[in-house]
Design a protein around this ligand. Structure first.
Ligand code: 8YV
Length: 313
């Protein structure tokens, strides 16, 4: 398989690079100065692309690679891959479900605690020496609060399980009601937001879920409500979120993702009831290595004509 060209557009994981280099001809696009020319020069050997949450495969890239057979994404979310076009062109697509579920769900709970118990703010209070001057503010209890989950897939269910351990009643919105679950279902996001204390975005990004968190939903969550986004930045109308936080119409937000990563709206930097993470939900050594192993196993399966482990297309 050493002659198979595998295109990696941006750096993702040193372990993944190392394992790919052992098996394939890994082409690291970010290391070359003239990217378009580099793609042209290698177009006849590139048979796979490694995608992730920031770099995928659009129609233009797919069209420029006549030998492309598979896009293996180092992510569970595949919103950066043109799935319809891949299907049309017979290009297979894989992602990395399950292996990252625990970490992402852990981060949702971590962010909820961090916002409500003001963990980051309290850390800054101690480090800056303010503790000696007094004035520590009381925080908000998380245990027992109603947790609303938008999207009850693998990650949403894992968030629910963890929140239940904090005695939180669970409510949810998803495309279809899941009567087998004992959680309270709301048929609209606005109803869910009106009836929960913490709203966790855990659904895939699609045309239907883009800006699903709009002004109406934010206002329904209200000045005591907390928004946690572990999905994608584009789930949220970011300018509306910023205004709601600045105007005190929303109680707080814990964000792992943004519309234009790594750009984060600077107005958020001055707001204390907001906790900002650098899209790190699945970034543990254990999970990143497991994701990398899954990418490799999918590629190997594909090039050995075996069934893909986690196919999307
Ligand atoms: C990944 C993610 O860390 O899996 C996803 O969809 O967003 C993250 O868990 C990301 O793809 C790495 O860039």
């Amino acid at each position: 398989m050493e002659s198979i060209g595998v295109l990696m557009p941006i750096p993702m994981s040193p372990y993944l690079e190392q394992e790919l280099e052992k098996r394939f001809n890994l082409l690291k696009l970010w290391t070359v100065p003239h990217k378009a020319q580099f793609i042209k020069d290698h177009a006849t050997s590139i048979r796979a692309i490694i995608g992730n949450a920031s770099a995928g495969a659009d129609a233009e890239l797919i069209d420029s690679l006549p030998k492309l057979e598979i896009v293996a994404s180092f992510s569970v979310g595949i919103d950066k891959v043109d799935l319809k076009y891949c299907k049309e062109k017979g290009v297979r697509v894989t992602n990395t479900p399950d292996v990252l579920t625990d970490d992402v769900a852990d981060i949702a709970i971590g962010l909820s605690l961090a916002v409500m118990r003001r963990l980051s703010e309290s850390d800054r209070y101690v480090r800056s020496g303010l503790w000696k001057k007094g004035g520590y503010k009381l925080t908000t209890k998380f245990t027992g609060k109603i947790v609303g989950i938008l999207g009850l897939g693998r990650i949403g269910k894992a968030v629910a399980k963890r929140a239940e351990a904090f005695s939180c009643p669970i409510a949810y919105f998803s495309r279809t009601e899941k009567p087998e679950l004992k959680y309270k279902y709301y048929p609209t996001v606005v109803e869910l937001a009106s009836n929960c204390d913490v709203l966790v975005v855990a659904c895939p990004l699609t045309e239907e879920t883009r800006h699903i968190i709009n002004r109406e939903v934010i206002d329904a969550l209200g000045p005591k409500g907390v928004l946690i986004n572990i999905g994608r930045g584009h789930h949220v109308d970011e300018p509306e979120l910023v205004s709601a936080l600045l105007e005190g119409r929303l109680g707080g937000a814990g964000l792992d993702v943004y519309q234009n990563e790594p750009e984060v709206p600077e107005q958020l930097f001055g707001i204390e009831n907001v906790v900002l993470l650098p899209h790190a939900g699945s970034d543990t050594t254990e999970t990143c290595n497991a994701m990398a192993d899954l990418v490799i196993r999918n590629l190997e399966a594909h090039f050995l004509n075996k069934p893909l482990l986690t196919p999307v297309v």
